[in-house]
Design a protein around this ligand. Structure first.
Ligand code: ZN
Length: 143
């Protein structure tokens, strides 16, 4: 997982690139062609390293945004969910469970509302659409 060290590496690469550009600008036309090519190759390499590091940081930030959105959603409906036997349900205005059952494991572990559906293999079982955990139908029925 990219972190502050990745940002540091990207900044270091950009600093190197800046120093190469500064060197080239200050060296007027006295550089040999071969030396100029070498410096340009170093410059391209430093910029490519910085780009790779920044892509990692971008992906990391996107993943964190997604996680924050999930946690905000879970937080918003924290009080609206109540447990009954082996499932969670939306609470009615009186705080009583109502409607369709949601996976106990997914709610308590990942803070995600995942519906339980009837198993296609066993009509006495319900299965989570996300984690696949199975529940006895009598303990997670529709209300
Ligand atoms: Zn689940």
């Amino acid at each position: 997982m990219p972190d502050l060290a990745t940002i540091g590496a990207a900044l270091s690469s950009l600093k190197t690139a800046s120093e190469i550009v500064k060197f080239l600008r200050e060296s007027d036309l006295s550089l040999e062609r071969a030396e100029l090519k070498l410096k340009l190759a170093d410059l391209v390499s430093a910029l490519a390293d910085a780009r790779i590091d920044l892509v990692e940081v971008q992906e990391s930030l996107a993943a964190k945004d997604k996680k924050i959105a999930e946690l905000e959603e879970a937080f918003d409906c924290k009080d609206a969910m109540v447990r009954r036997y082996d499932a969670y349900y939306v609470a009615d205005p009186d705080g009583q469970p109502t409607g369709i059952p949601f996976c106990l494991r997914c709610w308590e572990t990942d803070h995600k509302k995942r519906q339980l559906v009837l198993s296609s293999k066993d009509r006495h079982m319900r299965v989570c659409t996300s984690c696949g955990h199975q529940y006895g139908n009598s303990r997670v029925e529709d209300l």
